[in-house]
Design a protein around this ligand. Structure first.
Ligand SMILES: [Zn+2]
Length: 734
């Protein structure tokens, strides 16, 4: 049977291009090969088996023929026709092969054409990255190497590592200071500082790239490109040291990859030491900033082996797995394929059991981390664009990412469909696997998950009764904050000499008018003149009476009474006025404070609130997208900034339908809500939610107007609907 199919099977019409530069990637063990395409200046790595396969392609042998030869050559490796076909496809797509049959060059043309047709689309879609070729830095590097070549001396490098270690220890010892100074970094981002910061970032990146270039040049490599790579809207410098791939000494190759990380870490160390010895000021914060930017960038992005930047190449070279990224991704996807579709293994390289699963784990970790980085980047840009009201721009980016992902998914799905269709035995297993996976996915996406939102709040008097001064007067407080009062108890007495004398005068006038009217009444029968003047006198009595009544009422109002039983809560502190020009004219503090005794208070001034602790409300501020998820009666846990260990529970009593126009000073002072500078207006639309608190007798109640963070339990929402709501709020097609 096999011989019959072998003879009838057509020969593979491909041959390895003769113009490729092929050399062993490592002098120590010739298991891997580097292939340089001199036409396109691209590089490939091939393992011994892959290289053997490429060499066996002569345009005359069939796939099974090559398979048999490979099995003889590498008896311990498992080959299958399917994985050879896969590798052949990637080699064809990579442009390593040339077609031997005229008909096949047409096919090749078709592939090229399709790639060309996709190119502009892909470029348009992948706005996330774009490359602008820059200058040829060879001459600069030669000069630098001439003067600074000594830094590659063994002892100098060891000294550099020691300095980095020292800086690490020093920062660890001062972690308390670091923690307190971190919020101060935001103060650095002022209009005057921004150009300096941007320049310093450019300088860091320049040093990084020259680190690569100089190391590459020092060890005899070529470096002909120093350009700009745009990731998102962020321009990054890059230095093309891809020729170092042809560097046969693995240790040197690792050094070239690690040079950028090394430069940045050394810079971070120097800045950390400078930060430690400088006093507070611009330079101190600037050093801290450079230290953080360089070290965080190294740890999270550039030096992190999960992303395909410098750290990755160091690790790949160190492990001796040149195609670590693609191979581990393929292994991870192969595991998924096996679990869901029941496909058998695809890889044909020899890896031990442990290495294989380590690769699978690495593959999954790098995929997840990449998604995480892209999401964080998008989220960060969303925040920045939102501040300039340009958040719809993020839709362009999101569309490009989603389209890129969809294209890959469609291609992968198509490929798998073809494999399943060609193998009927796989069909039932694949269909049931896909159904199960889809069910699991739907459960994850659509099962409502309880979750909560965090919101800043201030403790407000809520539904306590306000007590106002009804008249102007000098205040004499009879109660103080925290006193318990009954209905009708005197809160304060105001004295107003003008009012008092007006009352006395009115009383006198009333008495005079009454006496006059009484006199006229007795003369009425004797004198007609008196009779005629009587109505006017009586009218005057009534008007004097009315005036007296009015003034007496005002006089009574000078004594401020409690409207109900409860505790006296002080109103918000009135801040000291900024200008002292009219000092003595106004007052500041709280009207019931003993220091304010005899101070002139205007009518309608809020003196205090009277109520119980049940009347108090925490006023939480929430953005539009969160307020919709909260129901009346939702459970809330409140934590006060001043009492971090105490958690007070409560429930939502009211949700305001009108956005808040003014934000409490406390929240702005504590950086809990961002407001427009010099005003108390919130930067984004915020809605208030009133929460009643359940104090138990043991908790000490924090003072009124204390602020903190509330955790509000929301209506359970599924992941899918949360994603949908986020999209709806980002793009305004509601
Ligand atoms: Zn780099």
């Amino acid at each position: 049977m096999p011989s019959a199919s072998e003879t009838s099977e057509p020969a593979l019409p491909w041959r390895l291009r003769s113009d490729l530069l092929i050399q062993a990637a490592d002098v120590s063990h010739a298991a891997t090969w580097t292939i340089k395409d001199p036409m396109r200046l691209t590089y490939f790595y091939a393992e011994a088996e892959e290289m053997a396969f490429l060499n066996l392609l002569n345009g005359q042998t069939s796939l099974n023929g090559i398979l048999n030869q490979l099995r003889q050559q590498f008896p311990e490796t498992e080959f299958s026709a399917e994985n050879l076909r896969q590798f052949l496809l990637s080699a064809v797509n990579g442009g390593l092969l040339r077609a031997c049959v005229p008909g096949h060059s047409l096919r090749l043309n078709l592939i090229r054409k399709r790639q060309l047709a996709q190119a502009p689309l892909r470029r348009m879609l992948s706005l996330l990255t774009h490359r602008y070729r820059g200058i040829d830095p060879t001459r600069i590097l030669n000069v630098l190497d001439h003067f600074f070549g000594w830094i590659f001396h063994k002892y100098i490098m060891v000294a550099g590592v020691l300095i980095c270690g020292l800086a690490c220890l020093m920062v660890f010892a001062r972690r308390g200071q670091l923690e307190t100074e971190l919020p101060g970094i935001a103060a650095l981002f002022t209009a005057t500082n921004l150009p300096i910061l941007a320049l310093s970032l450019l300088f860091i990146k320049m040093l990084h790239e020259f680190g690569h270039g100089l190391t590459c040049r020092h060890y005899g490599g070529e470096c002909h490109e120093l350009g700009v790579l745009v990731v998102g809207f962020m321009p990054l410098l890059y230095c093309d040291v891809s020729d170092s791939w042809l560097q046969q000494d693995r240790r040197r190759r690792m050094l070239v990859s690690a040079a950028g990380i090394g430069t940045e870490l050394f810079l971070a160390a120097i800045c950390a030491l400078l930060w430690a010895v400088t006093r507070h000021g611009f330079l101190h914060t600037f050093f801290l900033n450079v230290m953080l930017v360089s070290s965080l960038n190294t740890m999270l992005i550039n030096g992190n082996p999960l992303l395909k930047y410098d750290g990755y190449y160091v690790v790949a070279d160190w492990l001796g797995i040149p195609n670590l990224a693609s191979e581990s991704r393929a292994s991870a996807i192969a595991v998924l394929d096996r679990m869901i579709l029941g496909f058998s293994g695809m890889s044909f390289t020899r890896r031990s059991f442990g290495t294989h699963w380590a690769m699978v784990a690495y593959g999954f970790a790098s995929m997840v981390y990449r998604i995480l980085v892209v999401t964080t980047l998008m989220w960060f840009m969303y925040g920045m664009l939102k501040a300039w009201h340009l958040e719809s721009l993020i839709s362009v980016l999101l569309a490009s990412v989603v389209a890129g992902f969809a294209m890959t998914a469609v291609r992968g799905g198509h490929e798998r469909l073809r494999i399943v269709n060609s193998n009927p035995a796989l069909r039932i297993r694949a269909i049931s696997g896909v159904c199960l996976a889809v069910c699991l996915l739907l459960i994850v996406l659509f099962v409502p998950i309880p979750y909560s939102v965090a919101a800043p709040f201030t403790l407000t008097p809520g539904v306590c009764a306000p007590v106002y001064a009804l008249e102007d007067g000098e205040i004499d407080a009879r109660v103080s904050e925290g006193d318990i009062v009954e209905t009708g108890d005197v809160i304060a007495v105001l004295s107003n000499a003008t009012l008092e004398s007006a009352v006395t005068q009115a009383q006198g006038e009333f008495r005079v008018a009454t006496a006059r009217a009484a006199g006229l009444a007795t003369q009425r029968s004797a004198s007609s003149q008196a009779a005629s003047r009587l109505p006017a006198a009586e009218k005057a009595v009534r008007s004097r009476e009315l005036r007296l009544e009015k003034l007496s009422q005002k006089q009574q109002n000078l004594t401020v009474l409690s409207p109900g039983p409860g505790i006296v809560f002080a109103p918000r502190n009135k801040p000291r006025p900024r200008t002292h020009a009219r000092e003595g004219m106004g007052w500041f503090g709280r009207p019931l404070d003993p220091e304010l005794n005899s101070v002139w208070i205007h009518r309608q001034t809020l003196l205090c609130w009277v109520g119980t602790d049940r009347d108090l409300r925490a006023l939480c501020l929430l953005p539009q997208e969160d307020i919709e998820l909260i129901e009346d009666g939702a459970e809330v846990t409140l934590t006060f900034v001043s009492l971090p260990a105490v958690h007070v529970t409560g429930s939502v009593t009211q949700r305001n339908a009108i956005p808040e126009t003014l934000i409490d000073r406390e929240l702005i002072a504590n950086h809990m809500v961002s407001a427009t500078p010099d005003s108390l207006r919130p930067q984004e639309t915020m809605f208030g939610v009133a929460v009643s608190l359940q104090f138990d007798s043991s908790t000490t109640m924090p003072p009124l107007y204390s602020s903190g963070f509330a955790e509000i339990r929301c209506v359970p929402v599924s992941l899918a609907s949360r994603a949908w709501r986020f999209i709806c709020h980002t793009f305004t097609f509601r």
